[in-house]
Design a binder for this molecule. Structure first.
Ligand SMILES: Nc1ncnc2c1ncn2[C@@H]1O[C@H](COP(=O)(O)OP(=O)(O)OP(=O)(O)O)[C@@H](O)[C@H]1O
Length: 249
């Protein structure tokens, strides 16, 4: 698989206002293949969000290289989904999803169609004219995912996107994301604390060590790409997620 993004020798140090320094990332190398779902797991504070923010271009103050097969266009090629959906409360679901297109002054019929297709993809067509406060937590996060996909980014970066949801909603959103992937084949980098989430969703899982964050191991998930709720019951699923859990301690 050809890498869409190669992270090479990345090193990141934060300096606080009091001049103390924190080495957040050290010698990080990681390839993200085109169309691949890569999960990043690791103990709290190991630098997962820092790495994702670098990939998003939100943090450019680091040593090392991010080599893209094609350099991403700012605000166009990278979609970001955070733990909190951060929707605009005065906009309807449809207009929240259309936000990125509006920012690019895309008011075309094609743009409107794209929004309608995305609402359909995330199962929110019937709520297109609802406001965020009228939605459940899962629906809000679906809206955020549709918004991130609206301008058709080449890569979707997700930072604990399901972390604030209850277990049943989370499982549903996992299946939604897999369905979205089947339709779009988007490259996805997913930061998660959950070894089960990483196992269910990812093609490969990068395990990071505690601070300073390094990539400790990269594992290919030994499951068919075609995952269904039954996959969670397979012995390979339990074995692989158990192995990841062991690696985290
Ligand atoms: N803006 C900042 N200024 C100073 N230190 C920071 C800053 N952002 C993060 N850090 C430090 O860098 C390290 C990595 O933080 P980061 O948020 O990337 O970790 P994480 O793995 O995403 O954590 P968590 O799983 O708890 O969300 C932590 O020690 C954190 O305190």
């Amino acid at each position: 698989m050809s890498p869409l993004l190669s992270v090479r020798g990345v090193h990141k140090t934060y300096t606080s206002a009091k001049r103390s320094t924190v080495v957040a990332l050290e010698d990080v190398d990681l390839d993200v293949g085109e169309g691949e779902i890569v999960a990043l797991i690791g103990p709290s504070g190991c630098g997962k969000s820092t790495l994702l923010r670098m990939m998003a271009g939100l943090d450019t103050d680091f040593e090392g290289d991010l080599d893209w097969s094609v350099p991403p266009r700012p605000g166009k090629d990278i979609g970001f989904v955070f733990q909190e959906p951060a929707l605009l409360p005065w906009r309807t679901v449809r207009r929240n999803v259309a936000l990125g297109l509006e920012a690019q002054r895309d008011t075309s019929e094609q743009g409107r169609e794209q929004v309608a297709n995305l609402l359909d993809l995330v199962g929110l067509t019937d709520f297109a004219d609802s406001f965020p406060k009228e939605l459940s937590g899962g629906m809000r996060q679906r809206t955020a995912i549709a918004r991130a996909l609206a301008y058709n980014p080449r890569i979707l970066l997700m930072d604990e996107p399901f972390g604030a949801l209850d277990a049943i909603t989370r499982d549903r959103l996992h299946d939604d994301l897999l369905r979205i992937w089947e339709t779009t084949h988007k490259t996805i980098v997913l930061v998660t604390h959950s070894v089960e989430e990483a196992t269910y969703l990812a093609d490969r899982v990068a395990v990071m060590s505690a601070r300073p964050g390094r990539i400790k191991a990269i594992h290919t998930v030994p499951l068919d790409r075609d995952r269904t709720p039954e996959t969670r019951q397979l012995p390979e699923f339990a074995k692989f997620s158990g192995m990841l859990r062991q690696e985290l301690v």
